[in-house]
Design a protein around this ligand. Structure first.
Ligand SMILES: N[C@@H](CCC[C@H](N)C(=O)O)C(=O)O
Length: 293
């Protein structure tokens, strides 16, 4: 049975966003939530997302990519993880441009000669029911949501957007590190306003072309980098007239470049890094380390 065979995986990272790329091509296996939890319980394989590469489902795409958070839930999009997948396939296949499919749809990725990887993350969605929110808002540039004392909120009025997955960007003037995101993150992620939970970011606009960002990821917690959150911050920044349509987004793990093109597509550029290789059982989460990648 395919489900019981071990499959190769690569431990990688995208600016410190901990990614496992699992090769499920040629099998009918799927990463079970319990397997994801078992893999994540071991310090050596602690991850933010597993990017499971499957055989293609749609002509014209190279692979279907299933995205699994460390709590076992599925995500529609993962910018840093897609860069890792592009790098893994470039190394394996010797080509640099790929068209993928995820639950959210078709997307493109490309590795440049300098090793930087660009992913077209598709188009942002702003309607309240597309994000989705549990309450109707005509304008999602600022929604009523706050944390802290009612008359002196610590964080309030986020801009919300779907980048395939739900994001809330809280704008702050102070240093993003002065906020207890580890405390507020879980409360906001699970706030009743978000029926599918949400990724929660704190953003400081240093200059119109420079955003400083920290993110509490849905299903993964505090991360060193979140690509879709960087895209959400740029798009929300541009539509609230805080930023230009292209900016460097500095996250704890380093710098990402995000551009919102006139054709409405959002382009994310940054690095990806191999760490080591192993084999894992997608049903049980048991794994062994093989050679360094
Ligand atoms: N690390 C990601 C986002 C992964 C998915 C997210 N946690 C969700 O559940 O929506 C990125 O780089 O975009």
């Amino acid at each position: 049975m395919c489900e019981l065979s071990d499959v190769p995986f690569l431990k990688m990272n995208g600016l410190g966003n901990q990614i496992i790329v699992a090769d499920l091509r040629g099998t009918n296996a799927r990463i079970a939530p319990e397997a994801a939890n078992a893999i994540n319980a071991r310090p050596e394989t602690r991850f933010d997302q597993i990017m499971a590469i499957h055989d293609p489902r749609t002509p014209g795409t190279i692979n279907y990519v299933d995205i699994i958070n460390s709590d076992g839930s599925r995500a529609q999009a993962c910018g840093n993880g897609m860069r890792c997948v592009v790098q893994a396939l470039t190394a394996e296949l010797g080509r640099q441009r790929f068209t993928f499919e995820t639950i959210a749809g078709i997307l493109f990725g490309e590795e440049a000669e300098d090793g930087q990887i660009t992913v077209d993350m598709g188009t942002p969605k702003f309607a309240w029911y597309e994000i989705p929110l549990n309450e109707e808002f005509a304008d999602t540039r600022y929604v009523e949501l706050q944390i802290g004392p009612i008359d002196a909120p610590v964080l309030h009025s986020p801009s919300v957007v779907s980048m395939g997955n739900p994001h809330a960007t809280f704008w702050v003037k102070d240093d993003v590190w002065s906020f207890a995101l580890d405390r507020f993150g879980p409360l906001l992620e699970n706030h009743p306003l978000f029926p599918e939970r949400a990724n929660i970011s704190i953003a400081q606009v240093a200059r119109p072309n420079h955003i400083v960002l920290r993110t509490w990821e849905r299903g993964a917690g505090l991360t060193q980098a979140c690509g879709t959150a960087a895209c959400a911050a740029l798009v929300n920044g541009a539509r609230t007239r805080r930023t230009a349509r292209k900016a460097t987004v500095t996250v704890p793990g380093g710098d990402l470049i995000v551009e919102w093109l006139d054709n409405d597509h959002v382009i994310l550029t940054g690095p990806a890094e191999f760490e080591w290789r192993g084999d894992l059982n997608p049903t049980t989460g048991a794994w062994t380390r093989s050679e360094a990648a």
